[in-house]
Write a new protein. Structure first.
Length: 457
């Protein structure tokens, strides 16, 4: 196994006779070398076998891919692009500016160029951009021997052979069959004798996110893609869906954390873009927290008459924010996995209100016991009405936590219903919302319970 320095030394001294060692490099080795030094990676790609380079290229980040393609001699760039799988080539080109795509299309082989233009013609974010036209199609009248012959002649040009796709004379998909079915029967058996007419297909214009859920629920290595008339256009393979899923999960997590999706690795994003992605949400959250100050100003009189109430403000609002963040994160993830939708709002609300009550009662009991113990052990004197104060904290925590779980669970569902991104109801946003309402709940409980005692008019 060649180390980074071994590869660099080989390239630096242009040891042509030893370039054969580069054929032993795996895709992982090439990617790791490229991530460490892009300049030397360009030289490495000039000496790699085109097929070997294409296998590694698909795993590189967008910016690395751009740099390598732009830096390679035109002939080498053409070899690399021509050897990419159609779906990988489409994924790369779809991220580039129009002018850059136009120039790169010129260096592609005519057949590859036509294929790429067809795939790029589908809407961004659609299954059509994700599919590859490399698959094995068979007819119902073929025998098992015919199928095996087709595999031998065309198998190397396909991305996967796990499933073979049965089409009629018009190209309409009528079934898909696992390859193992052809390996356990006699060669004279016809395809139609093996068919069960049960298959799952993706629609070419559907959103790519839908493909993630379908793959997750059906344990498939590849799924066919059809148009509205059922004509087989291509297939989507598991490796592309896994990369898409990782990308979508990353975006969701970053949004839940209270920032815009970075859309590129943390280590490569520019400092200016990093600040820009995070500043917007922080400003919104800061403005939201200003409402907390406004709410505290509204209860200034109560705080002056019973200063001890102020001691528990951080305890109350943080508990509400934490419970809201929990609920929001759980619901957003459940929605992403397809476990729940807006139709389940009543079930979710009922569960979260009950959960909020129980969780609030647990926290309220802890707060109640804390006040009682501190008072009885003489660690702190809460005054003559310490028992009423303990009851106030107990009741307020139940109310605040219930409101937190309700808000955190309902907001993602409502946003989804109106076509917005559920991740926009990030944990910090829910926490800010609950901070303001938590103060109102707390001081309302205090006013009702302590009126005539600590809060004398």
């Amino acid at each position: 196994m060649l180390s980074f320095n071994d590869i660099k030394n080989l390239l630096q001294h242009n040891k042509i006779t030893e370039f054969v060692k580069l054929k032993k490099l795996s895709s992982k080795d090439i990617v790791e070398f490229t991530n460490r030094n892009t300049q030397w990676a360009v030289k490495l790609f000039q000496h790699l076998d085109p097929t070997q380079a294409a296998r590694a290229f698909k795993f590189l980040r967008k910016k690395k891919q751009e740099i390598i393609i732009k830096s390679l001699p035109e002939q080498k760039a053409a070899e690399l692009l021509n050897n990419l799988r159609p779906d990988d080539r489409t994924a790369f080109l779809s991220l580039l500016p129009g002018n850059a795509v136009k120039e790169l299309l010129k260096i592609l082989d005519p057949q590859v160029r036509a294929e790429t233009l067809e795939l790029l013609g589908y809407p961004a974010g659609s299954v059509g951009r994700l599919m590859t036209p490399d698959y094995v199609a068979i007819k119902r009248t073929d025998s098992v021997q015919d199928v095996l012959d087709i595999i031998k002649h065309r198998g190397k040009a396909t991305e996967t052979l796990n499933f073979l796709f049965v089409v009629d004379d018009a190209g309409v998909l009528i079934d898909d069959i696992n390859i193992k079915e052809f390996l356990v029967v006699e060669n004279n058996i016809l395809v139609e004798q093996i068919m069960d007419h049960q298959f799952i297909a993706l629609k070419v214009n559907h959103a790519q996110k839908e493909a993630i859920g379908i793959f997750r629920n059906n344990s498939r290595f590849a799924l066919p893609v059809t148009d509205d008339n059922g004509v087989l256009l291509g297939i989507v393979t598991l490796d592309d869906v896994l990369r898409l899923s990782e990308k979508e999960d990353t975006r969701e997590i970053q949004k839940i954390g209270g920032s815009e999706a970075l859309d590129e690795p943390y280590t490569t994003i520019s400092f200016v873009n990093l600040i820009r992605k995070r500043a917007g949400w922080l400003i919104i959250l800061f403005l939201g927290e200003m409402l907390t100050a406004t709410a505290m100003g509204h209860f200034e009189g109560e705080i002056e008459r019973a200063a001890v109430l102020a001691m528990f403000i951080p305890l109350i609002i943080s508990s509400g924010g934490n419970s809201g963040s929990q609920a929001s994160s759980i619901i957003i993830r459940a929605m992403a996995l397809g476990e729940i939708g807006f139709r389940d709002w009543w079930r979710v609300m009922r569960r979260e209100i009950i959960s909020g009550f129980i969780l609030g009662a647990i926290l309220g009991s802890v707060g109640f016991v804390r006040i009682v113990l501190w008072q009885k052990l003489h660690w702190f004197d809460y005054g003559e009405y310490w028992m009423l104060l303990a009851i106030t904290v107990f009741i307020a925590l139940i109310g605040v936590v219930m409101w937190g779980t309700f808000s955190g669970s309902m907001l993602p569902l409502v946003l989804k219903k109106f076509g917005a991104d559920p991740a926009a109801s990030s944990a910090p946003f829910v926490a800010t919302l609950v901070d303001v309402t938590g103060l109102i709940i707390y001081f309302t409980a205090a006013f009702v319970i302590l009126k005539g005692t600590l809060l004398k008019s």
